[in-house]
Design a binder for this molecule. Structure first.
Ligand SMILES: Nc1ncnc2c1ncn2[C@@H]1O[C@H](COP(=O)(O)OP(=O)(O)OP(=O)(O)O)[C@@H](O)[C@H]1O
Ligand SMILES: [Mg+2]
Length: 454
């Protein structure tokens, strides 16, 4: 027995029996009705995992049955059986939310194939719903999403230092969410409601960077035909994020150090200082220690800026964040594109979870976005993904993973993956999971506890 209960409706007694027998042989329990009105009376969303209904019935049309069921349970898969499906009728049924159509006569195996697909989709939808719930329940820190211990650790530190008015340096590879965390720190600080200004120190030539940051007065250089405020002044009362701080030229480093010490600076071309009240946050994906050793970065500035350092780990070191992030981006893109893609197939999930993500969260976001732009169905499948990602490269990466571990460690990592996947596939249902894995429920509970899986 699979634990799945299926509602079968067909006014033709013999076919109804046949359906019942085939489903039961495959381990499902069945409630079979020849009268759709009676069937609907006994329909209850928590009771059934699927509905199979005939289309042509004297008491009530199959499409009406479909509509009635969808009214009660929008997600349940409904398979329609027809004698001869016209294209028009098929389209109508699918538009009204039917999962699939089966034309008589059909082989039992054909039926079972569709049933399995339908149930798999329900499991995925439930999983997606669960992920959305997790996201909604997360204690919010800005827009930052994730539940891996590594990320929660980062957020914990960030939350603590947010209200202390000191500089913070956020380190991490490109696309790990440094700017997002910086914004969240600002939002959780006493400067909330005041400006948050970000500047990419690597994107501007040296002289321009200086005048962008500190502003200038009329006549300071050719083209300076009026006074202009710099970003420091624009951020007055708030926070200034210096992005890619490793690229700060020496003259700006010196001026910035002065600002951190004295709270004042000189506009370009001006001889008296200006003071403002701005908290400086910095971010970098470079190794500042090394920059310092090589003489590209001032030590005194480093120690001022990096009073507190936060390091955001790359996505590949916190893979448990991937499903949550992917579900979040899916939702976001659905809203943006007006699509209704409901999730990812298990194969796609596996690739997403195991891929190396050199571009980190930004790359994941781009991939989800691109998947949605080309996806026609209700789930993102491998076809779509393969068009966007070099999956062979991903396979190679998997093959290269030949680091020798202790047996006990390898076993633990296998078990962790295995049971995570198992539960996911079974919609977090322990009984079903245990049955599928052919282990007893008590063992499964022990593993869930050991690896904190729920
Ligand atoms: N934990 C997260 N939750 C939700 N979105 C995230 C998360 N981390 C990153 N993102 C998203 O990924 C994208 C890149 O993030 P962000 O710009 O903060 O990265 P970065 O570390 O500053 O990158 P770079 O070094 O290239 O400037 C953004 O669209 C951001 O919203
Ligand atoms: Mg950035």
């Amino acid at each position: 027995m699979t634990g799945e209960h299926i509602l079968v409706i067909d006014n033709q007694k013999s076919l109804c029996r046949m359906l019942e027998a085939v489903l039961q042989d495959n381990g499902y329990t069945v409630a079979a009705f020849t009268n759709p009105v009676e069937a609907l009376e006994s329909f209850h969303p928590d009771r059934f995992s699927m509905v199979i209904t005939d289309v042509k019935m004297p008491e009530m049309d199959g499409l009406e049955v479909l509509a009635a069921i969808k009214k009660v349970d929008e997600e349940i898969p409904v398979i329609m059986i027809t004698g001869h499906a016209t294209v028009e009728m098929s389209i109508h049924a699918l538009r009204s939310g039917a999962f699939d159509l089966l034309t008589k006569p059909f082989e039992p195996e054909e039926l079972m194939q569709r049933v399995r697909n339908g149930l798999r989709q329900t499991a995925l939808i439930l999983e997606n719903r669960q992920l959305r719930r997790e996201i909604a329940e997360q204690e919010k820190f800005g827009e930052v999403i994730g539940k891996s211990p590594a990320l929660l650790n980062v957020l914990d530190t960030a939350r603590k230092i947010a209200r202390r008015d000191i500089p913070v340096t956020i380190m991490g590879e490109s696309g790990t969410g440094k700017e997002l965390v910086a914004r969240a720190i600002h939002e959780h600080s006493l400067r909330k409601g005041r400006p948050f200004v970000a500047i990419n120190c690597g994107a501007l030539p040296d002289t321009l960077l200086e005048s962008e940051l500190f502003g200038y007065v009329k006549g300071a250089f050719t083209g300076a035909d009026q006074d202009k405020k710099g970003l420091l002044e624009m951020a007055d009362g708030g926070t200034l994020l210096l992005d890619e701080i490793g690229n700060l030229p020496m003259n700006v480093q010196k001026a910035l150090l002065r600002f951190l010490q004295e709270k004042e600076f000189y506009r370009v071309g001006e001889t008296h200082p200006t003071s403002v009240d701005v908290r400086i946050l910095a971010s970098t994906n470079a190794d500042l220690q090394q920059e310092m050793q090589e003489g590209h970065f001032r030590e005194d500035l480093f120690f001022r800026l990096a009073v507190v350092q936060i390091r955001i780990p790359p996505l590949r070191e916190r893979r448990t964040d991937i499903p949550l992030l992917a579900a979040h981006f899916l939702e976001e893109m659905n809203i943006r594109f007006g699509t209704a893609v409901r999730g990812f197939t298990p194969e796609v999930c596996e690739v997403l979870i195991n891929y190396g993500w050199p571009g980190n969260v930004r790359e994941l976001k781009n991939v989800v976005e691109a998947c949605l732009a080309i996806e026609q169905g209700s789930l993102v499948g491998m076809d779509g993904l393969a068009r966007l990602m070099d999956i062979s490269r991903y396979d190679q990466e998997k093959g290269l993973d030949t680091k020798v571990q202790k047996y006990s460690e390898a076993l633990e990592s296998f078990e962790h993956n295995y049971f995570t996947n198992l539960l996911r596939h079974c919609g977090d249902n322990v009984e079903i999971s245990a049955r599928k894995a052919d282990i007893n429920v008590a063992t499964l509970y022990r593993k869930i506890k050991k690896y904190s899986l729920r």
